[in-house]
Write a protein that binds this ligand. Structure first.
Ligand SMILES: Cc1cc2nc3c(=O)[nH]c(=O)nc-3n(C[C@H](O)[C@H](O)[C@H](O)COP(=O)(O)OP(=O)(O)OC[C@H]3O[C@@H](n4cnc5c(N)ncnc54)[C@H](O)[C@@H]3O)c2cc1C
Length: 560
């Protein structure tokens, strides 16, 4: 049985940053990833990372923008921490070797991003996530107390008799063997759950595994109804056109040639918060002013061609390869699409969950710094700031603790569960079919606009699909790289996530941030300025509430 002081599950930016911080505090660290670490989804991050580094900018301004962006649901103490630590986190990356863009004077250069009152987004062309991920991975390799388990898939967390987290059960994808890992603390850094929607900007691996594993051991989830639809995704495919394009000056038009954001956000126009822009686009489309393919147009041709090739070169490729459009010469059709989960495993400002020994960081966690709507380029920041804090806190908190001895019975249970999936008859409904119905249902009923009737249909469907997923057959009966069995396990994680999202969306009877209820179109601070927490009770999710922390910014009307 591998023993570690701190076990990090997930090797994207949050997981790698947490592992580094834990190792720097002297802990022995195991870091597990179901894909090679540099193929983690953080690799896809395009536009950049926010920090109020410029002397004319301030952390207070960054914090206020984030709070307003969150529609006042974000916890202001956590947001203050994130925005205060942002400049240090950014410079630390630069010193570690991230080649951020420099302007003509040779200084770190910024681009504008949505909902921000200053241009404070630092970037590496439109491959910012990839650039940071590779540098962090190089740093990890330097630590001989960090053990990497690459292409291992965690199926469940394990607890000791007192309910403290004691490790995890993990399957070696290469040969199908299962192992019990012992750890004094476990940090979940498993990323988002975009795959429960079809289409999505998220990679196939974003299936909400950690969120579901935490939920299954009783950790509350928070703000799960807050699902971000990004304003600029390719119809059908869901591929992202970075907000960096609008940051560089790109404009949105409907099919009648109107720059429609004038009506919805006359001051910020295309750079209003994402929820505002997505609702504006969806309204244009629903009211018949979109194109026949259910889209509006993003015109990037207003950006000088040299600048497009310098700062948006991946988007040039995406436009050409996936839409047949040369974005330097003609507008590209886009629509709002699933992108990010603001909610996740409820944590304090050091990443601690309600379960002793269990931490969460990054997109799978809800600190909550994004509240009802995340500002672009604040997620990479969240992964680094709270990844570091979780890693350091976990390492310090387990000093002096004896190694945990989790029971092998929990390993045997998981082995039996996986063996039963492999034995299933492939004659029934297929995993991929259940997954497709889940994605279409969520995209239809739990999207930019929602109402009680649609949400009830979604809940009934998700609960039926949960039953079907327990029977869904797989073809591959082998043990080497059996992706079929992993898909079946992921589907069950995804359905737990989906159920919590829908139950929370039904519960919040108001419109705030990404949750727009057509049957409750107003924000209602008197009754709903609170977080919705959801925890498992038996097999069903149970709702409770927690307070939103307000430090110095009282809720105001939100206009852009
Ligand atoms: C296309 C796109 C562009 C984006 N651009 C930006 C941007 O410019 N700026 C910004 O701030 N944000 C951006 N975001 C959001 C941001 O990239 C993500 O929120 C962030 O990278 C998530 O990082 P993470 O470390 O939490 O998770 P991830 O990077 O998703 O890593 C998750 C890790 O968990 C592992 N894992 C998951 N489940 C298991 C399991 N069962 N067993 C073992 N390992 C497991 C995976 O292998 C992976 O290593 C973008 C998102 C998308 C989709």
């Amino acid at each position: 049985m591998p023993h570690h002081d701190v076990l990090v599950i997930g090797a994207g930016l949050a997981g790698q940053r947490a592992a580094l911080a834990a190792a720097e505090e002297g802990a022995s660290v195991g870091i597990i990833s179901k894909v090679h670490p540099v193929r983690s989804h953080s690799n896809a991050a395009q536009g950049g990372i926010n920090a109020a580094l410029n002397p004319e900018d301030s952390w207070e301004s960054h914090a206020f923008d984030t709070i307003k962006g969150s529609d006042y649901l974000g916890d202001q103490d956590a947001i203050e921490i994130m925005c205060r630590e942002a400049p240090g986190a950014l410079l630390d990356l630069e010193h570690k070797g991230v080649t951020f863009h420099r302007n003509e004077e040779g200084r770190l250069g910024t681009r504008a991003f949505g909902g921000a009152s200053a241009a404070r987004t630092y970037y590496v062309a439109d491959i910012t996530g990839q650039a940071i991920l590779h540098v962090l991975y190089e740093q990890l390799l330097k630590h001989d107390t960090v053990y990497r388990y690459e292409e291992w898939f965690t199926t469940a967390l394990v607890q000791d008799d007192e309910g403290r987290i004691a490790g995890a059960v993990t399957r070696n994808i290469r040969d199908g063997s299962m192992d019990l890992f012992s750890a004094k603390a476990v940090i979940l850094a498993t990323g988002g759950n975009g795959q429960i929607y079809t289409p999505t900007t998220n990679a196939l691996i974003c299936t909400g595994d950690g969120i579901a594993m935490a939920y299954r051991v009783g950790a509350p989830l928070m703000d799960m109804e807050m699902i971000q639809y990004h304003p600029t995704t390719l119809a059908g495919l869901g591929l992202l056109i970075t907000e960096g394009a609008r940051g560089e000056g790109a404009q949105l038009y409907n099919a009648q040639g109107e720059r429609f954001m004038e009506k919805y956000a006359p001051n910020k126009m295309e750079l209003a918060s994402r929820d505002v822009v997505s609702r504006a686009e969806q309204t244009e489309i629903d009211e018949g002013r979109g194109f026949p393919d259910g889209t509006v147009a993003l015109d990037i041709t207003v950006v000088p061609r040299k600048r497009i090739h310098e700062a948006l070169r991946e988007i040039v490729n995406v436009g050409r390869d996936f839409a047949g459009v040369d974005i330097t010469r003609e507008p590209i059709h886009i629509k709002p699409g699933n992108h990010y989960v603001m909610g996740g495993v409820k944590t304090d400002n050091d990443g601690q969950t309600d379960i002793p020994g269990l931490y969460a960081a990054g997109e799978c966690a809800c600190v909550s710094v994004h509240g009802g709507n995340r500002l672009g380029a604040n997620s990479l920041l969240d992964t680094l700031v709270f990844g570091r804090r979780s890693g350091a806190h976990a390492a310090l908190s387990v000093k002096g603790l004896l190694p945990r001895e989790p029971s092998y019975a929990q390993l045997r249970d998981e082995e039996r569960r996986v063996a039963a999936i492999v034995r299933r008859d492939a004659g029934g409904r297929r995993v991929s079919e259940v997954r497709a119905e889940l994605g279409a249902t969520m995209d239809r009923y739990v999207a930019v606009f929602r109402d009680e009737d649609g949400l009830r249909i979604a809940l009934d469907t998700v609960r039926r699909l949960k039953e079907e997923a327990n029977e869904a057959g797989i073809d591959d009966k082998g043990s080497v790289f059996n992706q079929d069995v992993l898909s079946a396990l992921e589907l069950q994680f995804m359905l737990d996530n989906a159920e919590c999202i829908v139950v929370s969306a039904i519960e919040r009877r108001e419109s705030r941030g990404a949750q727009y209820r057509t049957d409750y179109p107003e924000r209602n601070d008197d009754e709903w300025l609170k977080h919705i927490d959801v925890a498992v009770n038996g097999v069903q999710p149970e709702i409770s509430y927690s307070q939103v922390t307000v430090t110095q910014w009282e809720p105001q009307e939100r206009t852009y």
